[in-house]
Design a protein around this ligand. Structure first.
Ligand code: ZN
Length: 58
């Protein structure tokens, strides 16, 4: 009850503390730490993807 959890909208990827997104009203989820693992093959893919869109970062 006292713990503040950072949540994220799966649609617009905005971080919020609410359980509903301010923008699209979708349910938000807490981002999973495993996604940031350097051993995650999808992380590698995302890096490549991000690189190909340089200058388009948030
Ligand atoms: Zn949203």
């Amino acid at each position: 009850m006292s713990k503040i959890e950072l949540l994220r909208c799966n649609k617009c990827f905005k971080y919020t503390l609410k359980h509903e997104c301010d923008i699209c009203s979708s349910k938000t989820e807490s981002p999973k730490p495993a996604k940031y693992s350097p051993h995650d093959p999808y992380g590698k893919w995302r890096l490549k993807y991000k690189t190909s869109f340089k200058g388009n970062e948030i």
